[in-house]
Design a protein around this ligand. Sequence first.
Ligand SMILES: [Zn+2]
Length: 135
Amino acid sequence: MPAAISVTRRSGETLAAAMKRCPFCCGDIPTEARKCRECGEWVVGTSGGLAAAGLRLLGVIWAGVTVMAALGLWYVGQGVRRWAWMHAVDQQITPQLVDLALYTLIAVVVLKGLMLSVGLGIMARLSPRRPRWWT
Ligand SMILES: [Zn+2]
């Protein structure tokens, strides 16, 4: 926060107009101002609100779920790979083929999951910012 500077207007007459400088456009604005009248920027702490916080949290949780799903798929895939190898279901189904299918599946799950997480984060950023009611 910039140091509040009091401006003395006219000779000797100190108005109750304590001014501060907008950190965005360097215009002088009243100390009590929460939004700059010159450039329209908030000059107090802002928050996207509860909805944005919820979306962001959901994005983080979803990223965690995605990682867990990928690990689970990998674990199950190892079982399938071993089983297909031991039981020789089909000569065409080699461990390499199972691996290829498994890693493709995991890549798709991870990419889609992360896309949704990033999307949720972007949506959270889109919500309009308002002055925080907490400090
Ligand atoms: Zn400004």
